[in-house]
Design a protein around this ligand. Structure first.
Ligand SMILES: Cc1cc2nc3c(=O)[nH]c(=O)nc-3n(C[C@H](O)[C@H](O)[C@H](O)COP(=O)(O)OP(=O)(O)OC[C@H]3O[C@@H](n4cnc5c(N)ncnc54)[C@H](O)[C@@H]3O)c2cc1C
Length: 437
């Protein structure tokens, strides 16, 4: 029933064929963390029917983005976070190296630049778009080697962060959190803690004023970890300004313009010696303004089943959905199991019985060798895995972030074998009750 027109190799390249058409059982959009993980689960299931799963993904390279924070602090190189897409996408799936440009959910069709694809089930995992042009002066600042503007948020910018941290000898070092949903909401402050620790070790901390300006009304969404982070900032004299939004950069003068979100008319200009920017982000443009999305442009899914709110043969996972969890790789692990199980139930004509509880995790690196391992759910209540107080800084949590999590990602998660740490939580906390979602 399903077939791919003229597909003889695993990677479909139709340089000369415009609008070739294909059909498949499972169509996965995006080959990042979510897309690759869920495609691996389905291609294992349908390994004897190689045309059943198609992945649409335009990029040559796949990045393990969570390690960008450590790379920005000089721990490891970008190469350690990068693999060829062809080597991580599941062997038993077909990779269409192209970009999605349109959706026709009524007719179960997706259009890419050069193809149309008919699907039985669609899984959308298009991630977040980083809007480097949303702040005037940001793109110019990142390109200007003397402007001391940097960001861990892009594969093209992260490698330059540490040299700029090293070059900072005095003045004000500013770290920002934007006025939009972002991936890994802990990362903007983690890089501040690491830079501060670096300057402390270099014995120049006394000359540098370290400032974290966040648009949020809290330092972190979960009270237990927020309390620990306020203590870290107090102890190390890091100045935190809440509801403070970066609106413009003047890279030639090394000046940044901020806005007070409680009183948006109030703007002021500050000089900086280092400006680390976490850029505004949004759902990808291709998702915005169609019947698949909510008002904010995110794929509209049920937070429990991750099934689309209008089209029952569409599911979403990862950063591009409306599910109100913290946008992290850690969240995708349990989401992938819920999406897989619910789709299989649907295909077998059964009721969907798997529910996502909003689990997410954020290893809040507070120094070289120290980390607070935050784990929580939709209710912003801690859901800790290990038998120690994860609200305290620990070396064990740092080692997990640096060594264990990348290993799990490349070897288990992208191969469809990792659904999150619940199995360990059940061992360490056998009497814990699973909260209602
Ligand atoms: C600096 C940083 C630190 C982080 N730290 C952590 C951490 O400590 N812990 C943690 O759990 N998470 C962390 N994350 C977050 C984590 O990396 C993301 O949540 C995760 O990668 C999201 O997966 P995704 O599949 O939704 O999106 P992505 O992995 O971004 O994949 C989206 C894919 O869609 C593709 N795509 C986009 N547009 C199209 C199109 N039109 N057609 C086809 N394909 C398209 C893209 O090329 C991409 O491959 C961090 C991220 C960053 C940047």
């Amino acid at each position: 029933m399903y077939g791919i027109v003229r597909s003889s190799s695993r990677i479909l390249k139709f340089q000369n064929v415009r609008y070739a058409s294909h059909s498949c059982k499972i169509l996965v959009l995006g080959g990042g963390c979510g897309g690759c993980t869920i495609a691996a689960k389905f291609s294992k299931k349908y390994k004897d029917q190689p045309n059943h799963v198609i992945i649409v993904e335009p990029c040559e390279d796949h990045y393990y983005q969570p390690i960008f924070t450590l790379i920005g602090a000089g721990v490891g190189k970008l190469e350690s976070a990068r693999k060829k897409m062809k080597d991580v996408l599941p062997k038993d799936a077909q990779w269409l190296k192209d970009s999605v440009v349109g959706f026709d959910p009524e007719n179960c069709k997706v259009t890419t630049k050069n193809h149309t694809i008919q699907y039985e089930i669609l899984i959308v995992a298009l991630g977040l778009q980083t809007n480097w042009n949303a702040i005037p002066g940001l793109a110019e600042g990142l390109e200007n080697p003397d402007a001391q503007v940097c960001s861990i948020y892009g594969p093209n910018t992260v490698s330059k962060v540490f040299e700029k941290i090293k070059r900072t000898k005095n003045g004000s070092a500013l770290f920002t959190f934007p006025n939009s949903p972002i991936k890994c909401p802990g990362a903007p402050q983690k890089i501040a803690y690491l830079a501060e620790d670096y300057w402390r070790k270099q014995k120049r901390r006394y000359a540098i004023n370290v400032v974290y300006n966040t648009t949020l009304p809290v330092i972190f969404g979960v009270k237990k970890y927020a309390d620990s982070l306020w203590e870290v900032c107090k102890r190390r004299n890091i100045n935190v300004n809440l509801q403070t939004n970066l609106v413009e950069i003047k890279p030639d003068k090394k000046e940044a313009v901020f806005q007070n979100l409680k009183n948006p008319e109030k703007k002021w200009t500050t000089e900086y010696s280092l400006l680390h920017v976490s850029p505004p982000m949004s759902a990808p443009d291709v998702l915005k303004s169609n019947s698949l999305t909510n008002e904010a442009g995110f794929l509209s899914v049920s937070p429990k089943t991750l099934q689309h709110t209008k089209y029952s043969n569409i599911y979403g996972l990862g950063d591009c959905t409306s599910s109100p969890n913290s946008k992290t790789m850690a969240a995708i692990a349990p989401q992938s199991k819920v999406v897989y199980k619910n789709i299989m139930a649907t295909l077998e004509g059964k009721e969907m019985d798997h529910c996502y509880d909003g689990y997410a995790s954020c290893p809040l690196v507070t120094a070289y060798g120290k980390c607070i391992l935050a784990e929580f759910d939709y209710n912003l209540q801690p859901r800790e895995t290990f038998p120690f107080d994860q609200g305290k800084e620990s070396h064990a949590a740092y080692l997990m972030k640096k060594e264990a999590f990348p290993f799990i990602y490349w070897n288990l998660m992208l191969r469809g074998h990792w659904n999150g740490p619940k199995i360990f939580r059940n061992i360490f906390h056998p009497f814990e009750k699973t909260p209602e979602v």
